[in-house]
Write a new protein. Structure first.
Length: 318
């Protein structure tokens, strides 16, 4: 499909959005694809020069080629995949809502199951995942994929709650690291990896947790709330600003102190966002049926993080 462009606008709510050059990008969204049922999980893979994303109700993973603009099917059936990320070796990590598991695609194309149960009980429907620089995989597990057959398979919850989990990189042990959510969704580590941010879609808030040296979390505090819309996934730029997919309210931008400083308007409900492109300054946006992109004057966090010990032995980003 030849790319199209639709107008967008930057709503400046605080002068820091202006001085941070957050509103200096493209003035039109590029439409890269528009034939999904519900698009989620954009992930830019630098070595492929492709973007992979999920079309959940159609049970497929799609990919857009940066060099040609072509869109094709990466995998179908795909287990009703929602969120996607890469590990430190460049392998694809997928949250399979339909199969109720977290998997890793090896370099030879085979699929390894990283986790599908906690204490013998099946997960609800893993939604989003993030990999810390120590190799641990953290993921959210709301019940979105088992409440109906639209984005998975309707089923009874076995665990009885919606939590955030951590998979140990050495032992594979799975443990709950945060609970008390209505619908945990997007996950992202702060630039120094000392905080984990989690969006709670049903509660319309984003919470921040301190990451302790042993990989456990603090009780958490509310970083941001919205009266207009819930939140889906979240991403940091290299200036420490948090960008959030805010469904019907476009893309939100938050200063490190939690102040909403600006918005980007999008003509459809925004599900997920991801930075990518050769300079990591192209914002990819999945919104209802479409995949959009916007070249910006801000840059996402470095894609590759290496493990190094911090002053008290904790692992931080390099």
């Amino acid at each position: 499909m030849p790319s199209q462009k639709v107008p967008t606008s930057y709503e400046i709510l605080d002068d820091r959005f202006r001085t941070g050059r957050c509103a200096n990008g493209d003035t039109k969204l590029e439409v890269l694809y528009d034939d999904c049922r519900w698009a989620e999980g954009p992930l830019y893979v630098p070595s492929w020069r492709q973007l992979v994303w999920s079309d959940i109700p159609n049970d497929r993973l799609l990919r857009w080629d940066e060099t040609t603009g072509a869109v094709g099917v990466f995998r179908t059936p795909a287990g009703y995949v929602n969120g996607n990320t890469l590990d430190r070796e460049g392998r694809l990590i997928c949250c399979e809502q339909g199969n109720r598991r977290v998997t890793r695609t090896e370099h030879d194309g085979s699929v390894t199951v990283l986790a599908d149960r906690f204490e013998g009980k099946r997960f609800n429907s893993p939604n989003d995942a993030v990999v810390r620089s120590d190799g641990s995989v953290w993921f959210s597990d709301p019940d979105f994929g088992i409440t109906s057959d639209y984005e998975g398979h309707r089923a009874a919850a076995e665990i009885g709650g919606c939590h955030v989990y951590r998979i140990d990189p050495v032992t594979g042990e799975v443990r709950i690291v945060a609970d008390g959510f209505e619908g945990p969704n997007g996950l992202v580590f702060s630039p120094d990896e000392r905080q984990l941010y989690v969006s709670d879609s049903r509660a319309a808030r984003i919470r921040s947790f301190d990451v302790r040296d042993d990989g456990t979390l603090s009780d958490g505090v509310v970083f941001a709330e919205s009266k207009e819309s819930g939140f889906d996934n979240i991403r940091f730029d290299d200036g420490g600003r948090l960008w959030a997919a805010a469904l019907e309210d476009g893309v939100h931008c938050y200063d490190p102190d939690g102040t909403l400083i600006g918005r980007i308007t999008v003509p459809e409900a925004v599900s997920n966002i991801a930075f990518g492109g050769p300079k990591n300054n192209r914002l990819f946006i999945t919104a209802t049926t479409s995949l959009y992109s916007l070249v910006m004057a801000v840059t996402g966090l470095p894609r590759v993080r290496t493990a190094r010990p911090g002053p008290t032995g904790q692992v931080s980003a390099g």
